[in-house]
Design a protein around this ligand. Structure first.
Ligand code: SF4
Length: 322
């Protein structure tokens, strides 16, 4: 498998309080030393509780935000070496809430054609119109909405519209951020079908971010698990049935009927009375498998078998570090 995007030791800080400048005492890590590959044509899932850093990573990967340290490579060339406008064409994102990102006073035609015109993908009006119609068909958005204002569309059609716009520049990588959340079963079914359809037709790489583990497992080729800004496990599809190795992943797999944020509340109930320890395992304060060694050193993110990585000292003696 060829990496499309390689993420290397990515770290991002956020201010703790409303302070003007970041220094050691007033910043907290949103992403901590995150490294992994996203392969060509794969759909990789990213799960974790709210605030675990999933969405900020998604934004950084489509060049909407930047990391404080670390590197990202697209087709073996660092992001910074590209013409940024050209790079943005190849990397797109579909957000959870279309109402907060689309200009609802624009028509469907304007919203889909805007990036096409801006990037001069087509110049003739007839070509642009033809392309907009094709994109609408691809996402099952009826042509009768072409000149309707976005504000007149229902939520499901707005989501289709967001997809059509994201696909308009023929990206090679799309981040789909929490699109599986807060939907009734009809909307959810539709969204799943749409993601499958786009994946099948375009055969592009997709990072699917969600806190709904049960649904994500139906769609993705690999699963990356985040905990407090740390990547703690990557599991290949062939191992999904074995429920992961990291104690946190195991807990998630045991509760796939629940949203991850519900699992967080569940965890609070059984919270082990232990303080987090600086520069040790990020899950130490909650882990029920903790050993003496967990107080002595920090686990590394290691590949135990092909494409199966874990960060836990229970597996420390096994194989290579990423
Ligand atoms: S390293 Fe130790 S504390 Fe961390 S998850 Fe593994 S067993 Fe638990």
């Amino acid at each position: 498998m060829k990496p499309l995007i390689s993420i290397y030791k990515l770290t991002k800080y956020v201010k703790k309080d409303k302070v003007l400048f970041l220094n050691y005492f007033n910043k907290t890590k949103l992403l901590n030393n995150v490294s992994f590959n996203i392969y060509e044509k794969e759909m990789i899932g990213l799960v974790g509780e709210s605030g675990s850093g999933k969405s900020i990573l998604g934004n950084i990967l489509v060049n909407l935000s930047s990391a404080d340290s670390g590197k990202i490579y697209y087709k073996n060339k660092e992001f910074l070496e590209y013409n940024q406008r050209e790079l943005k064409k190849k990397l797109q994102i579909v957000f959870q809430d279309p109402k907060t990102v689309l200009n609802l006073k624009m028509t469907v035609y304007q919203i889909i054609s805007e990036p096409i015109v801006s990037h001069k993908l087509y110049k003739q009006k007839a070509e642009i119109l033809d392309n907009v119609k094709k994109l609408m068909k691809e996402v099952s958005l009826k042509e009768k909405y072409l000149y309707k204002l976005a504000e007149d569309l229902n939520l499901i059609n707005l989501k289709k519209l967001m997809f059509a716009r994201a696909l308009s520049l023929n990206p090679e990588f799309i981040v789909i951020d929490e699109l599986l959340s807060q939907q009734d079963s009809i909307q959810l079914n539709f969204t799943i079908q749409l993601i499958r359809k786009v994946k099948k037709k375009r055969n592009i790489s997709i990072l699917l971010i969600s806190s709904n583990l049960k649904l994500i497992l139906k769609l993705v080729d690999r699963l990356a698990v985040f905990y407090k800004g740390n990547l703690i496990e990557i599991i290949p599809k062939s191992r999904f049935s074995e429920m992961g190795l990291h104690p946190y992943t195991e807990l998630l797999f045991n509760k796939t009927d629940k949203d991850i944020d519900d699992i967080e509340n569940y965890l609070q109930l059984f919270k082990v009375k232990r303080k987090p320890v600086e520069n040790r395992c990020v899950f130490l304060d909650r882990c029920t498998f903790v050993q003496d060694i967990c107080y002595q050193k920090k686990p590394k993110f290691k590949e135990l078998e092909e494409e199966h990585f874990v960060s836990c000292l229970l597996y420390e003696d096994k194989k290579e570090e990423l």
